[in-house]
Design a protein around this ligand. Structure first.
Ligand SMILES: O=c1[nH]c(=O)c2[nH]c(=O)[nH]c2[nH]1
Length: 309
């Protein structure tokens, strides 16, 4: 909301970024501990104009208070909950506890701690760090209106064949040859919006969004790789991205939109030669030079066409 005074327009928010909290739940009947580590960022839209216009802080919710609230709420959560539920709970708190707060935007990054298995047996209290992170952004309004977006960051995927790129624009600047055989590597960053538009309408099933996160990841990976024995041919990163995004929309009725960012991380063919030895290393789809700079950058948003009726 923009507010005006003295012919000057002001749009403002304030919050606390990167509040780190870890929570253990020890109450599983079989002695199994559950553990999460969250990095929480809160941004509040609130009526506190006098702090900008005058030296009057009487309407400011201190960012230090916001930080403390994260720990209080983590303590109060006696049962395991998804990172999405925690973000919504924090957002609801700020909107309902403070009259001047009209919107709370809560971003959380969950570190990928995974339970370890020793000799195939899940450890009761041992965890190791995985790679891709689970993110959430919950925007909660005082009215209870909700915008919920979950994401995955840093899902590095690679396949050694079943990828090509050909028949693209060829002009006087083009060197890249057509190919039907190349490596395909990317680091998927995905974020998807859920269709729940009110804090009252979110599913109450235990760990619903945690499971959904794992299911979305599975669909993204299955679509990227294809069946284990045969794979699936990718004619471009663009096509594969579209198939991945539309598979998620087809599979999950409560996902209304997905944004995918898929850099094309190049593995360059290695050919080495000297005058004496013209084929010191001749590339036969075997030896590559991995690079990350420069890389192709391909991103798109795939969403449902909603009926205007
Ligand atoms: O899948 C690809 N998409 C592109 O847009 C592109 N451009 C390029 O040089 N290589 C590739 N590969």
């Amino acid at each position: 909301m923009a507010e005006e005074a003295d012919g000057i327009k002001l749009e403002q928010r304030h919050g606390k970024a990167r509040v780190r909290v870890a929570r253990v739940w020890r109450n599983d009947h079989n002695g199994s501990h559950h553990f999460v580590e969250w990095n929480v960022s809160i941004s509040l839209l609130s009526h506190c104009l006098s702090s900008y216009h005058r030296d009057d802080n009487s309407d400011i919710v201190a960012t230090d208070t916001m930080k403390n609230t994260v720990y209080v709420k983590a303590k109060e959560c006696g049962d395991r909950l998804s990172v999405e539920e925690f973000a919504i709970l924090i957002g609801k708190h700020f909107c309902s506890f403070y009259p001047q707060v009209y919107t709370a935007i809560v971003n959380i990054i969950e570190k990928p701690w995974e339970r370890v298995s020793i000799d195939g047996k899940p450890h009761l209290h041992g965890f190791k760090l995985g790679t891709e992170k689970h993110t959430v952004e919950a925007t909660v309004l005082k009215s209870g209106a909700l915008n919920l977006t979950s994401g995955i960051v840093g899902l590095a995927l690679l396949k050694t064949t079943q990828s090509g790129f050909e028949k693209f624009v060829r002009d006087k600047y083009t060197i890249l040859p057509d190919t039907q055989e190349r490596m395909l590597a990317t680091e998927v960053n995905a974020s998807w919006r859920y269709s729940y538009e009110s804090v009252m309408s979110i599913p109450t099933k235990e760990l619903y969004f945690t499971k959904k996160f794992m299911d979305v990841k599975k669909v993204l990976m299955e679509t990227f790789f294809g069946p284990p024995e045969t794979g699936v041919y990718s004619p471009s990163v663009q096509r594969t991205l579209y198939l991945m995004g539309s598979a998620v929309l087809r599979r999950f009725a409560d996902v209304s939109l997905i944004h995918l960012k898929m850099p094309n991380i190049h593995f360059l063919p290695v050919n080495l030669s000297t005058k004496e030895n013209p084929s010191m290393v001749k590339f036969k789809d075997d030896v590559y030079l991995p690079t990350d700079e420069p890389h192709g950058s391909i991103e798109a948003t795939v969403s449902r066409i909603t009926s205007k009726l």
